[in-house]
Design a protein around this ligand. Structure first.
Ligand code: R2B
Ligand code: URA
Length: 301
C-alpha cells in the first residue's frame, strides 16, 4: 500500500518521485512516514534553526516561555534521533540544529521540509538564528541578512549535479526580512541590515590568517578583500545562509537569516569572547526572532 502525500499531490512543483515510496525514511532525523506526522507536526508555522544542538534546546526553552508552555524540570525531549541533528517541537515552532556548513544544512533542510509536507503543515517559514563574523560590525550586534552572496561575492549558491555546475539564486524573503528589521527598530536589540557572505570554510574561505595551513594570501590581501566586501554591503560572514536562501526559494518557503556577530573581522580572526558573552550575543538574535513570532502570533508579553 502506498502512503498518501496530500501536499505533494496538490503542489505540482514538489518532487513527484516521492509518491513512489511506500515509507519515506527521514534518515538523519530518525522519523518516517509510518509515524503519525500530522498529529506530531501538522501545526508547525516556524522552523528556527542554528548550528548547535545546545542552542536549539536553549531556543526551544525560550520559545516555550514566550508561548506559556511549561518545560519539565528535566528539560525538553528532542523528537527523533539526535545522532546528527536535534529537533525540538514547542507549539507551532520547531527548533532545530543544522550543524556546520551547507552540506549539513542541506540535508536537514530536505528532511524537515518533507516532514512538514507529510504532516500537512501550511504557511510555514524558516529562520536561521546563527553566529557570524561581523564585517565592520561589533560583537553582539545582530545582522539581519537582506541578501546572501557566496565567497566570490556573487548572489548565488553553486551546486554540482550529475557532473554539472548549477547556480541557484540565494534571495531571501523580503517581507520577512522587513518584518524582522521593523521589530528590531521597535526594540532595544541593536541590529544591522546587510549582505551576508556564506562560505564553505571557517578559515581560508573567510580570509583568516589563523588556520593550520600557511595562507596563500597576505594580510594586506585579506584586508583588501574584507574592505571590498564591506564596500559592497557585506556585514557578516557565516557558512549556511546561501543554502537556506537557495533551498527555500526553490521550495517556495519564506526564509530569513538572523545572526549575531561574535567578532568584527576588520579587527582580527580569533573569537576571544567569553562563554557568557557568546551566550548573550546568541540571545540577542534569538530574542529578535521570538519578538517577531510573538507579534505574528499575537502573543502579549
Ligand atoms: C557560524 O558559525 C559556525 C562556524 O563557527 C558556522 O556554522 C557558522 O555559519
Ligand atoms: N561563524 C563563522 O562562520 N565565521 C565567523 O567568523 C564567526 C562565526
Amino acid at each position: 500500500m502506498s502512503i498518501k502525500h496530500p501536499e505533494i499531490e496538490r503542489e505540482s512543483q514538489q518532487n513527484p518521485h516521492l509518491v513512489n515510496l511506500e515509507v519515506d525514511y527521514l534518515y538523519h532525523l530518525g522519523l518516517d512516514t509510518s509515524m503519525d506526522l500530522p498529529s506530531m507536526f501538522g501545526d508547525v508555522k516556524y522552523v528556527c534553526m542554528g548550528g548547535s544542538p545546545e542552542r536549539a534546546e536553549q531556543f526551544a526553552i525560550k520559545a516555550a516561555e514566550r508561548l506559556g508552555i511549561s518545560v519539565p524540570e528535566e528539560g525538553l525531549e528532542p523528537v527523533g534521533k539526535t545522532e546528527r541533528y536535534s529537533l525540538y517541537k514547542v507549539g507551532p515552532i520547531i527548533s532545530l540544529s543544522h550543524g556546520i556548513g551547507m552540506p549539513s544544512a542541506s540535508i536537514v533542510l530536505h528532511e524537515v521540509t518533507k516532514l512538514l509536507r507529510y504532516a500537512g503543515s501550511t504557511d510555514f517559514k524558516y529562520i536561521r538564528i546563527g553566529t557570524s563574523g561581523g564585517v565592520g560590525v561589533d560583537p553582539g550586534e545582530v545582522v539581519v541578512s537582506t541578501n546572501v552572496v557566496d565567497g566570490k561575492l556573487n548572489p548565488v549558491h553553486e551546486v554540482v549535479e550529475l557532473g554539472k555546475s548549477v547556480e541557484l539564486d540565494t534571495a531571501l524573503d523580503s517581507n520577512l526580512v522587513q518584518s524582522l528589521l521593523t521589530i528590531a527598530s521597535e526594540s532595544d536589540i541593536s541590529a544591522t541590515a546587510g549582505t551576508t557572505m556564506s562560505t564553505d570554510s571557517f578559515y581560508a574561505a573567510q580570509g583568516r590568517l589563523d588556520g593550520a595551513l600557511n595562507p596563500r594570501y597576505t594580510e594586506t590581501e585579506k584586508m583588501d578583500f574584507l574592505q571590498l566586501a564591506y564596500d559592497k554591503g557585506v556585514r557578516n560572514i557565516e557558512m549556511e545562509a546561501a543554502i537556506i536562501g537557495a533551498f527555500c526559494r526553490e521550495a517556495g518557503i519564506p526564509a530569513a537569516v538572523v545572526c549575531a556577530a561574535i567578532l568584527n573581522r576588520l579587527d582580527g580572526d580569533q573569537v576571544g569572547s567569553t562563554i557568557e558573552e557568546l551566550e548573550q550575543f546568541s540571545d540577542n538574535a534569538q530574542q529578535l526572532v521570538l519578538n517577531l513570532i510573538s507579534k505574528e502570533l499575537n502573543l502579549t508579553d
